[in-house]
Design a protein around this ligand. Structure first.
Ligand SMILES: [Zn+2]
Ligand SMILES: [Zn+2]
Length: 212
C-alpha cells in the first residue's frame, strides 16, 4: 500500500511529494524545497519515517519543481530522472527564478531520462510514465493502477489545466493529451497536481471548465 506525503514549498506553492510503501523505500517527486527551513522539513520527515529515498523524479523541469534537486543530490546522492524534452529547462532555472525576483542555484544535470510507458519501481510500488506534453514539451505524469493514483504535475489541476504560454507550451496539444491519455484512466483515480488540492479523474471529466 502506498502512502503519499505532500509538502507545499517555495513562493510558487509547489507540491512536493514523498511516496513510500511498507518496504520504506521512497520516491521524491518534484523536490521544490528552496531554503534551509524547507530542506529541513523534507529531511526530517524522511528521517522520522525511516525512509530510504531511492529515486528522484520530475514531472517536468520548470523552476518551481526543481529548486530542491541540488539538495537531493547533496543529501541523498540522487540525480533527477526527467523526460529528455524538458532537460533544457534545468539550465535556465536560475535565470527564470531571477525573473521572479528569486535566487536559486541551477540544479544538477539530470540522471537517466524517463520515457513513455516506462515503469519506475521503488519497494513494491510501480509507477507508469505517461508523456503528456503541452504545458512543457517533456511533461510526464506518474500513474499507479494498483494504488489508483496519478501524479499530474502541471498538466491537470482541480478545475484547471497547465498554462501553455511558456517555451514549448501548446494549448491544443495539452487539451488533446488530457482527453486521450488522462481522461481514459479509471474515474476513481486520485489526481495529485503540482499545485493546489487533489481531485479525481471523474470529477475533472464532469466539471473541469476546459472540457465541459
Ligand atoms: Zn510548470
Ligand atoms: Zn508548477
Amino acid at each position: 500500500m502506498i502512502h503519499i506525503k505532500t509538502f507545499v514549498f517555495n513562493p510558487f506553492s509547489e507540491n512536493t511529494f514523498v511516496l513510500y510503501n511498507d518496504t520504506l523505500e521512497c520516491a521524491v517527486v518534484d523536490a521544490g524545497c528552496m531554503n534551509p527551513r524547507e530542506e529541513q522539513e523534507l529531511e526530517q520527515f524522511i528521517r522520522e519515517q525511516r525512509l530510504k529515498p531511492v529515486v528522484l523524479l520530475n514531472t517536468h523541469c520548470h523552476v518551481d519543481h526543481v529548486t530542491g534537486n541540488g539538495f537531493m543530490k547533496r543529501k541523498y546522492d540522487l540525480l533527477t530522472r526527467c523526460h529528455e524534452a524538458d532537460a533544457f529547462l534545468l539550465k535556465d532555472a536560475a535565470a527564470h527564478a531571477r525573473m521572479f525576483g528569486l535566487k536559486t542555484e541551477n540544479p544538477p544535470g539530470p540522471g537517466k531520462f524517463i520515457r513513455e510507458g516506462e515503469q519506475i519501481g521503488f519497494g513494491n510500488t510501480n509507477l507508469q510514465v505517461i508523456h503528456v506534453p503541452g504545458h512543457s514539451p517533456g511533461s510526464v505524469v506518474f500513474y499507479s493502477s494498483d494504488d489508483h493514483i496519478l501524479l499530474a504535475g502541471d498538466v491537470l489541476f482541480k478545475g484547471g489545466i497547465g498554462r501553455t504560454d511558456l517555451p514549448g507550451g501548446d494549448h491544443r496539444i495539452l487539451l488533446k493529451n488530457i482527453r486521450e491519455k488522462l481522461f481514459t484512466l479509471p474515474g476513481d483515480t486520485v489526481v495529485y497536481p503540482g499545485h493546489g488540492p487533489a481531485t479525481t479523474i471523474s470529477t475533472e471529466t464532469q466539471s473541469n471548465p476546459f472540457f465541459v
